[in-house]
Design a protein around this ligand. Structure first.
Ligand code: C2E
Ligand code: CA
Ligand code: CA
Length: 676
């Protein structure tokens, strides 16, 4: 049988489609039937308890009338029987639970049978009135018909009960009167039969009405409780969603969004006060991740979060996982509380003393900033700036954002703001520093170095220019501008006579540019359009992990294949390793300045330089020593077999014009010490 169900139409629109069983609240038909039956049973019990007193009173009255008519014994017997049955019915109508559908059905049947028993007692009334022929007949007839009417009026819940009662009682009346015979008696008997039929019909109709209203009530109740349950579930889900949206999965701390919301509330409640932000960063977390795996890393972060919570318990602080191994704390210092700097110090000390996972490897750096409402937007940038400085100073340090840092961050902001205009206006220019061959005193090549003097902040270090370009999405624009300048310079050199005609220019390209920009396409495209020989362009790049990426390797190979020399810059420091010399595209290495500057005194640098020179020779790779600042260094380099040199001692970075117009003095030292 197809499952029928009662649906609750949630829409107020009558033309809306009927909801499907999966999406709407509904009550199963079987459940509904059972609930109606339970209601019926309760109704029957109630009606029996209500009708019994009437039954007993009428029974006593019947017995008294019998006694008055001289039928004492018969009256007593009948009354005893009636009282016994009524007692039984009282017992059966008590409220015992009926747990299953079958139990309910059984109880209903028992009630009907007991009611029939009572009806049978009333069917014995003829014993007291000679089969409805004695002078008390009127009393008994009235009593029986009345009690039968009462039985139907009370017994609306379940037709079986009144039917069980009225049928034997009235049939007995009709039978006796028919037996007595005579027109009057037969007429009354016929009327009683009609009366019985009317009562039976009424009993059925009443039950139907009762069931219909019970059904409606139960459906509504069940739907209401279903809606209530579903509402509770969906509220729960909403709460969970809201929590997830504002909290970090791993640590349970606030995430960035949660932090922003909590901060807005926190500040609104504390208007006019000074607040503090602490940006915490774990020192050495990467090592933990790399050495012990991400699971250990996750456990460390969980532990740190728990530790932070306890440390900051009394501060009413907002604690957030800002990302990775960075945590952000915002609070409003009260007079009696630690100043923010002291708090940073306490946290660092507490962190160091705790035996958290691999605590020996971990440290804590903190950037601190104090601010009032006006600076809310910048507070995190400032804290970041301070953290950067703290980390720069080594592990377990904190730094408060102060005027010096403010100036630096202002400069960075202005630099980033003004860079585009400066590039467009041609204010970003290049200086050229020669790389010199010791043996023939000729310029081997030039290195292009970017220069920009900011109108209010003065000369901006090239690294900052490059960083600002990357931060503001101007990296490609700047690279194209530099290449344009270099190509123009190559044209000028070509026209400047044989000494400069074939001198290539090296351009620095940061690993980040190499990763993020299609450098090969840009360079080769521009070279082609300008009709410049690729061998005149060289590219200097520092070795970094980023260069291991497949894309960057492919770019460098493409450039090398087009005959552009690739130079490994700052060789020997940072990420550069001897393995980088394996790459086929490497044409030259530049020994980092830090090895060269130690050459004039006693150090192991000489051996390292000699080693690099020999490896370079063996592999057919040119070796340049950069940062040569004095005669002594130059002499040592020459004795170590290093033929290519660059540095202030030979030539500082100059404009192209200066370089071309007065090149002679640049080689004075080589000329002086040359054996020739
Ligand atoms: P780098 O590639 O190692 O460039 C050499 C730096 O050392 C230059 O500093 C140069 O002026 C300086 N230098 C040259 N000889 C000496 C010396 O004898 N002693 C000392 N102490 N320094 C010397 P600069 O121009 O400030 O450039 C710094 C860094 O900025 C460069 O280091 C390079 O990594 C980056 N850079 C410069 N221009 C560009 C560019 O156009 N693009 C990119 N991506 N980076 C650039
Ligand atoms: Ca360089
Ligand atoms: Ca360098």
């Amino acid at each position: 049988m197809a499952r029928r169900a009662v649906y609750l139409q949630l829409s107020m629109n009558p033309s809306a489609p009927t909801p499907s069983p999966t999406s709407a609240a509904f009550v199963d038909e079987a459940v509904l039937l059972r609930l109606v039956r339970i209601d019926q049973l309760a109704g029957v019990r109630r009606s029996v308890r209500a009708a019994l007193p009437v039954n007993v009173v009428l029974s006593i009255a019947a017995a008294i009338v019998a006694w008055n008519a001289g039928r004492v014994e018969a009256g007593l017997w009948w009354l005893s029987l009636s009282l016994a049955v009524n007692l039984l019915r009282l017992f059966l109508s008590r409220d015992v639970p009926a747990d299953t559908g079958a139990a309910v059905e059984r109880q209903l049947k028992i009630m009907a049978v007991s009611s029939a028993a009572s009806g049978c007692v009333w069917a014995l009334i003829p014993v007291l009135c000679d089969g409805y022929t004695s002078p008390q007949t009127l009393f008994y007839l009235t009593s029986v018909c009345g009690i039968c009417a009462g039985s139907v009026v009370f017994g609306i819940a379940y037709a079986g009960v009144p039917i069980g009662f009225v049928t034997p009682a009235l049939l007995s009346v009709a039978a006796c009167l028919s037996y007595a015979g005579g027109f009057d008696n037969l007429s009354i008997a016929a009327t009683v039969v009609l009366y019985l039929a009317a009562l039976l019909r009424s009993a059925f109709l009443s039950e139907r009405v009762f069931c219909a209203s019970s059904r409606l009530k139960n459906a509504a109740t069940e739907l209401a409780s279903q809606l209530h349950r579903e509402h509770a579930i969906s509220s729960d889900a909403n709460r969970q969603l809201a929590f997830q949206a504002s909290h970090d999965n791993l640590t349970g701390l606030l995430n960035r969004q949660g932090f922003t919301e909590a901060t807005a509330r926190h500040l609104a409640e504390r208007a006019g006060q000074r607040h503090a932000v602490l940006l915490l960063d774990l020192d050495g977390f990467k090592t933990i991740n790399d050495t012990f795996g991400h699971q250990t890393g996750d456990r460390v972060l969980e532990d740190v979060a728990a530790w932070l919570r306890t440390e900051l318990l009394e501060l009413e602080a907002i604690v957030c996982r800002w990302g990775g191994d960075e945590f952000l704390v915002l609070y409003t210092p009260r007079e009696d509380q630690h100043s923010a700097a002291q708090l940073a110090q306490t946290l660092i000390a507490s962190f160091a003393s705790r035996s958290m996972h691999s605590a020996a490897i971990l440290g804590l750096s903190v950037g601190v900033v104090l601010f009032d409402e006006a600076d809310v937007g910048d507070s995190i940038t400032f804290a970041d700036e301070a953290l950067y400085e703290a980390k720069h100073a080594g592990r377990n340090n904190f730094r408060v954002f102060d005027e010096v840092l403010k100036e630096r961050s202002d400069r960075r902001r202005d630099v980033e703001r003004d860079l585009r205009r400066a590039i467009q206006a041609g204010d970003v220019t290049l200086m050229y520093q020669p790389i010199v061959r010791i043996d023939d005193r000729q310029i081997h090549s030039l290195e292009a170095l970017v220069r920009w003097t900011h109108p209010s902040h003065g000369p901006v270090p090239p690294e900052e220019v490059i960083h600002a370009a990357a931060a503001t999405g101007l990296a490609e624009m700047l690279l194209r501008h530099i290449l344009d300048e270099v190509f123009s310079a190559l044209r000028v050199l070509e026209a400047a006579g044989p000494r400069f005609a074939d001198v290539p220019i090296a351009v620095n390209i940061s690993p980040r540019e190499m990763v993020q920009l299609p450098v090969d396409d840009i360079v080769l495209g521009m070279l082609g359009r300008r009709g410049i020989a690729p061998r005149l362009l060289q590219i200097e790049i520092t070795e970094e992990i980023a260069l291991d990426f497949h894309a960057t390797q492919a770019r460098l190979n493409a450039l090398a294949a087009a005959d552009i020399a690739i130079v490994v810059d700052d060789f020997g420091v940072g990420y550069s390793s001897i393995a980088s010399l394996r790459s086929s595209y490497v044409r030259r290495v530049k020994i980092d300045r830090s090895f060269v500057s130690g050459l004039s005194g006693p150090s192991r640098n000489a051996a390292l330089v000699a080693f690099t020179v020999q490896v370079g020779h063996a592999l057919g790779i040119e070796v340049v020593a950069e940062g040569v600042e004095c005669e002594e260094e130059l002499n040592v380099l020459r004795s170590l077999g290093c033929n290519l040199v660059q540095g202030y001692h030979l030539a500082r970075p100059e404009t192209l014009e200066t370089l071309i117009s007065s090149p002679a003095i640049r080689y004075a030292s080589i000329a002086d010490s040359s054996p020739r």
